[in-house]
Write a protein that binds this ligand. Structure first.
Ligand SMILES: [Zn+2]
Length: 457
C-alpha cells in the first residue's frame, strides 16, 4: 500500500523484510526521520529526547532554525534546538525542574505517548491515559506482557512506527476509525491531496475548487481528509467553511513567472568562488516552493543550469499569459559596493505597466530589507531587456553584491537564500493585497505566519 516514493532515501540497515520498513520510509519521504551520513538508519538505537522533539517538530513543520533555548543545556549548537524551543512553547514537550531539557536522555515509551497526545491534540493528561489512547487508536500495541511498558526505552524503529501511524490512520492497526465528520470546501483552484502532511509527499489526487472534503484530524496545519473514495492530506489554508463564490476568486490560476538570471555557460557575476547563476537559481526555486503551495500558478524560465536568451524569457512569460514577472539577480562592482536594489522600467511605450511594476518592485524591496538585511539601494528605474520588453508588470531584483564580502556571505548561505525567498514571496503577496486589492491572498500569509506589510505604495 505504501510504496517508497521515487527519490526517497534508502537505508542499508532497513531492508525489504524489516518489520518497520513502511513506516520508516514514510517518515523519510517527509524528511521527518533521517538516517545518518553513513547510510544507516540505526533502527535499534534508543531515541533521545532531542531526536524525538526534532521528529515531532518536523512532522508539525515547526521552525527548526537552531536557536538558544530557555533550557540551560540546549544551545543553538544543538541540531534540535529550534524544534525543542518551538515544541516547548506549544507545551508538547517540557523540561525538568532544574531548568534543563536533558536532550541526550533516552525517551521512555510513556513519555513518547504523552508527546504524541499533545502534538496531535488527543487531550490526554496522564501517561497512562495517553498510552491507552495510542492502543485504542491502533497506533501502538502493548508489550509482550499486555501492559504499555511506560518506563521502557523506545528504539528508533518503534518510535517511527508510532509516529507514522499517528500521522496517517491508513497505517494503523485495527482500532477506532478516524471520524471524517467536519465538512469543508476547497478554496484553491486545484488542490493536491497528498500521502503525507507536507509537499514532499506524492499527490494522491487533485480536488477541484469547491470540492467537498470531510476532515478527520489535523497534523499541524495539514488536514487528514476524505474526498470521494480517496483519503490523504491537504493544507488547511485551502479549506473553507463555505463554497467560494467563483466570481470573487482573483488569484486562482493566475500565473507568476520567476526568472533566475543567467545560466550555463553565462555565469553572471562572481565573487569568492560563488557564481550568480547558481545562487539566483537556488533562490528562485525556493520562491517557487512557497508559491506552489498557493492557488497561483508558478512557472520558472529555468529550473536547471542552462542558457536561455533574454528574448526567450520574455516570450515564455507572454506565451503563458503571466500576470507578473520577477527576475532574480546578484550584482557585482569592483568589490566595494553593497546592498539590495529592485528595478522596474519606466517608459510606458515599451512595457505599459509602469505603475504596477513600480508597486511590485516596492513591495519586494521592502520585504528584502526586512528579511535579508542588506543596505537599501532603493527601488529604481532600470533599462533591462526582461522588464522593458515584457507586457505584464515586471521587476528585476538584485539581491546583493556577490563580490562584496558581507553580501557574498548571505548569497552563499542556504539559510539566507531561504530568507530572501520568503521576502520575495511576501512582497508578491503584498502587491496583490495592497495594489490589486485582492483579499483572497490573505490566507497565503499564514504559510509564513506573516501579516500584510504596511501599505508602501
Ligand atoms: Zn545578473
Amino acid at each position: 500500500m505504501f510504496s517508497t516514493q521515487a527519490g526517497a532515501a534508502t537505508f542499508s540497515d532497513v531492508g525489504d523484510t524489516h518489520r518497520a520498513k513502511d513506516e520508516i520510509y514514510y517518515l523519510a519521504t517527509g524528511k521527518i526521520a533521517n538516517g545518518e551520513k553513513d547510510g544507516h538508519f540505526y533502527p535499534d538505537r534508543q531515541v533521545t529526547r532531542a531526536e524525538a522533539a526534532a521528529m515531532i517538530g518536523r512532522t508539525l513543520q515547526l521552525n527548526g532554525n537552531q536557536v538558544n533555548t530557555d533550557f540551560s543545556d540546549v544551545g543553538s549548537n544543538n541540531f534540535a534546538s529550534g524544534y525543542i524551543e518551538e515544541a516547548a512553547k506549544k507545551k508538547i514537550i517540557t523540561g525538568y525542574n532544574d531548568g534543563t531539557f536533558k536532550p541526550e536522555k533516552p525517551v521512555a515509551r510513556g513519555e513518547m505517548a504523552i508527546m504524541i497526545s499533545r502534538a496531535f491534540g488527543y487531550g490526554a493528561t496522564t501517561i497512562n491515559g495517553a498510552a491507552k489512547q495510542l492502543m485504542d487508536k491502533g497506533i501502538s500495541s502493548g508489550t509482550a506482557d499486555g501492559s504499555f511498558g511506560t518506563s521502557l526505552p523506545i528504539i528508533r524503529s518503534d518510535f517511527s512506527v508510532f509516529l507514522a501511524r499517528s500521522i496517517n490512520a491508513e497505517m494503523r492497526m485495527d482500532g477506532e476509525q478516524p471520524d471524517f465528520s467536519t465538512v469543508k470546501y476547497v478554496n484553491a483552484d486545484a488542490l493536491n491531496m497528498r500521502k503525507g502532511p507536507s509537499t514532499l509527499f506524492d499527490p494522491v489526487t487533485q480536488i477541484p475548487q469547491n470540492g467537498q472534503v470531510k476532515v478527520a484530524y489535523m497534523i499541524g496545519k495539514w488536514a487528514y481528509v476524505q474526498y470521494n473514495q480517496s483519503v490523504g492530506f491537504v493544507h488547511s489554508d485551502f479549506l473553507s467553511d463555505s463554497q467560494v463564490d467563483q466570481s470573487s476568486s482573483n488569484i486562482a490560476g493566475k500565473t507568476i513567472v520567476i526568472d533566475p538570471g543567467h545560466g550555463s555557460p553565462d555565469t553572471g557575476a562572481s565573487g569568492y568562488g560563488l557564481l550568480e547563476k547558481d545562487v539566483v537559481l537556488d533562490t528562485g526555486l525556493r520562491v517557487k516552493g512557497y508559491l506552489s503551495q498557493t492557488p497561483f500558478n508558478v512557472l520558472m524560465t529555468r529550473e536547471t543550469d542552462k542558457k536561455i536568451e533574454l528574448s526567450d524569457r520574455v516570450t515564455f512569460a507572454r506565451e503563458h499569459n503571466a500576470d507578473i514577472f520577477v527576475s532574480i539577480h546578484a550584482n557585482s562592482y569592483k568589490g566595494d559596493s553593497s546592498g539590495t536594489e529592485t528595478y522596474y522600467y519606466s517608459a510606458a511605450y515599451h512595457n505599459p505597466n509602469v505603475d504596477a511594476s513600480t508597486a511590485l518592485a516596492t513591495y519586494i524591496q521592502h520585504r528584502l530589507l526586512d528579511f535579508w538585511h542588506l543596505p537599501d539601494r532603493g527601488v529604481r528605474n532600470g533599462d533591462f531587456h526582461v522588464i522593458r520588453e515584457n507586457t505584464m508588470p515586471a521587476v528585476l531584483t538584485e539581491l546583493g553584491f556577490i563580490d562584496y564580502k558581507s553580501d557574498n556571505d548571505k548569497l552563499k548561505s542556504p539559510y539566507w537564500r531561504q530568507e530572501a525567498a520568503k521576502a520575495i514571496y511576501l512582497g508578491i503577496l503584498d502587491y496583490y493585497y495592497h495594489y490589486k486589492n485582492y483579499n483572497d491572498v490573505l490566507p497565503l500569509y499564514d504559510l509564513l505566519q506573516a501579516q500584510p506589510s504596511t501599505k508602501w505604495y
